[in-house]
Write a protein that binds this ligand. Structure first.
Ligand SMILES: Cc1cc2nc3c(=O)[nH]c(=O)nc-3n(C[C@H](O)[C@H](O)[C@H](O)COP(=O)(O)O)c2cc1C
Length: 167
């Protein structure tokens, strides 16, 4: 079993998860930032990470997913959204739907990730009108501040090992 962990990360959250997954993978393995040229033909399993952007995967991850032909792919992500929310489920499903038909999504996983202050409106007062800071949103963003935490990284590792066992 030869695995590749791909990550896309703007502020480091998704990269942390990628490194945790990479750490526990058995056998031959590589880790690489998305958007770089790579011959993936020798890999049996590819983990593709994204950070949630505009209610889906970030643009680099979207392009990466659309290009992976004939592989088993496990998709993981970090987001401001609650991990068990319909929104988080949608992000993962939409990301999986970007895979070419020749590839198969063999698992998905998501956790919260600290949201850069630009997006919360702290640095741009106009953002308040686009994303009002309701009590619910404030609570969610305050919780996101703490993630990914050690438990998230442990969960990601467990999930990755389950995927490996399944494939
Ligand atoms: C410009 C921007 C757009 C975002 N859009 C969403 C979104 O639509 N849904 C969501 O749940 N999180 C959203 N987020 C939160 C990020 O996905 C989250 O903070 C993620 O952990 C960042 O990962 P990174 O550190 O790997 O870049 C957004 C963040 C930024 C900066």
């Amino acid at each position: 079993m030869k695995s590749l962990v791909l990550w896309s990360s703007r502020t480091g959250n998704t990269k942390k998860v990628a490194e945790a997954i990479y750490e526990v993978l058995p056998g031959e393995k590589d880790i690489l930032e998305e958007g770089r040229e790579k011959d993936i033909s020798s890999y049996d399993l590819i983990f593709v990470g994204f950070w949630a952007f505009r209610r889906g995967a970030d643009m680099v991850a979207r392009r990466t997913l659309a290009k992976i032909e004939g592989k088993k792919v496990a998709i993981y992500a970090t987001a401001g959204a609650w991990p068990d929310s319909p929104a988080a489920k949608d992000y993962l499903e939409n990301a999986a739907s970007l895979l070419p038909e020749s590839s198969e999504c063999v698992g998905t996983w998501i956790c919260q990730g600290r949201v850069n202050s630009f997006h919360t409106g702290k640095r741009n007062p106009n953002k308040e009108q686009v994303h009002p800071l309701t009590p619910e949103r404030l609570e969610r963003l305050q919780e996101a501040e703490k993630h990914p935490d050690e438990k998230d990284l442990d969960d990601a590792k467990k999930w990755a090992l389950e995927v490996v066992k399944k494939v």
